[in-house]
Ligand binder design. Structure first.
Ligand code: AHG
Ligand code: MN
Ligand code: MN
Ligand code: MN
Length: 327
């Protein structure tokens, strides 16, 4: 039986060489972050770093270390115009005069980092856009819509290390093979069933939700005798990577709405580092992604740390939730 490496897969998809090298650099950064995560308490990297990021969150040591690893590995890529990170206030320009064809990479170096102390799955999320014209380094230049992404993906650091990617030709999953160091294709052509009976939401925020979200969850919880006519299961990992990985594997819907506790920021999850890349992956796997009132990928960014409401997963279920927003 032959096995397909990440490079062989990208070549088979006729991926542009510069994009392929960039994605391999990202995969290398993810392998190195996986190694740091794996060492956990032995490396003395669990717990808070006692610093706060631009999002107002207390950073974990590994948030900071993962960001440094990503910068060290991916930052050296010759076609890279800029790195834009959840953990860094400003855009990290890598070229003085970025040209058409250069890339901007948006990334969440460590997603779900509150799970580190309890040894649950975390991940790294990335989004790649390609400049269609030369630009001068300025903040405005990185407010690029999700529809412009040429590739997106995430690494998941769970019982095994996985890498899930799209270059706009479907979604494929790879597993890190420790012996060779390669990511090998293990879940080709991932696809999300259109229908589901499973939702993911942080239900402890129930009293802060608005009417559409509360109405939708209430109706799901009423089970087979309620308006939905079926019983729903619930999962919440508090790690978007883990929740989206489950949805790409067996379907479901994920919600992090804007609510009265986060409305001032526009929601909790970040458009560029979380919503857009996951939105592209989910759409490429046949699912849908929405703010509740429109497609995530079409949101015109106002800033690179912008937050948005996120609803994504099984296509028909996302449409049902959008229906509650129209009532
Ligand atoms: P990050 O660790 O990158 O800041 O992201 C955390 C996000 C996301 O991964 C997860 O879905 C959500 O925040 C969890 O939020 P709650 O703490 O409200 O459960
Ligand atoms: Mn964070
Ligand atoms: Mn995150
Ligand atoms: Mn993060």
């Amino acid at each position: 039986m032959t096995q397909t490496t990440l490079r062989q897969h990208l070549q088979a998809q006729q991926t542009d060489t510069d994009l392929m090298i960039l994605m391999e650099d990202i995969a290398t950064a993810c392998r190195m972050i996986a190694d740091r995560v794996r060492h956990g308490a032995f490396a003395g990297v669990l717990g808070a770093a006692e610093t706060e990021n631009i999002q107002g969150e207390t950073q974990k040591e590994l948030d900071v270390i993962s960001d440094e690893v990503f910068q060290q590995i991916v930052g050296g890529n010759p076609s890279l115009a800029a790195l834009v990170s959840e953990e860094v206030d400003e855009v990290n320009w890598r070229k003085e005069a970025p040209q058409a064809g250069d890339f901007v990479v948006y990334y969440d170096p460590l997603d779900g980092s509150s799970n580190l102390d309890v040894n649950l799955s975390v991940g790294t999320i990335f989004s790649i856009v390609r400049l269609d014209a030369a630009i001068s380094p300025q903040a405005d230049a990185v407010k690029i819509k999700g529809t412009e992404q040429v590739a997106a993906g995430y690494a998941i650091y769970g019982p095994s290390t996985g890498l899930v990617i799209t270059t706009g030709q479907g979604v494929d999953g790879f597993t890190h093979h420790p012996g060779s160091g390669e990511f090998l294709l293990t879940q080709p052509e991932m696809s999300i069933p259109a229908e589901t009976q499973e939702f993911a939401i942080n239900a402890s925020r129930y009293d802060m939700w608005d009417t559409p979200i509360r109405g939708y969850i209430d109706d799901c919880l009423r089970g087979a005798n309620g308006p939905r006519g079926k019983k729903f299961n619930m999962r919440w990992c508090a790690s978007m990577v883990a929740d989206v990985h489950r949805i790409l594997t067996r379907g479901g819907v994920f919600l992090y709405p804007a609510d009265s506790g986060n409305a001032a920021q526009g929601g909790k999850l970040r458009l560029m580092y979380e919503a857009n890349p996951m939105g592209m992956l989910v759409e490429q796997a046949g699912g849908a992604s929405s703010t509740g009132t429109g497609r995530i990928l079409e949101v015109a960014p106002t800033g690179h740390h912008q937050r948005v409401p996120v609803i994504l997963g099984s296509r028909d279920e996302v449409a049902v939730i959008e229906g509650y927003h129209k009532k």
